[in-house]
Ligand binder design. Sequence first.
Ligand code: MN
Length: 138
Amino acid sequence: MSIMRANDRPTKQAPEANFTGQVLQDPVIVGTPPSRMRATNVSFMPGARTAWHSHPVGQTLYCVTGIGRIQLEGQQVQELHPGDTAVIPPNTRHWHGAAPNRLFIHLAMSEVTEDGAGTEWFEKVNDDDYTAQTAPIG
Ligand code: MN
C-alpha cells in the first residue's frame, strides 16, 4: 500500500479557464491502471462554480460542507447541502459550485474511460443561469 501525505500535496488553485471565481483543489486519488478512479476535494468560495462540462463515465459528488448548486442542462438548478450525494450521468452537460453567499466543499469522484479520457469542458456559466431560482427541496 501507499500513504500519500497531505503535506506533500499542496492545495492548488483551479484553472481559470474552466472555473468562475476562486476554487481550490485538494487531490485525493488518481488511480493507476487497472483503477480508473479519480477523486478531488473541491472548495468553492461564495459565487464560484465550474464551467459547463461533462464526464464520460459520469460523476458522483458528495457534499461535505456549506451550500452548493448544481444544474443539469435543461433542468432547474438544485441546491446541495452537507451529506447530499449527487449522481451525474455520463456525457451530460452540467455545472456545480457554491451558493452566491456561502462556501461549498464537495468530494468529486469519477472514472476515466478505458483509454483514459476524462472531463470535457465547455463555456462558462453565465450569471443568469447561475442565479436562477433553485428547485424546492422535496
Ligand atoms: Mn461535474
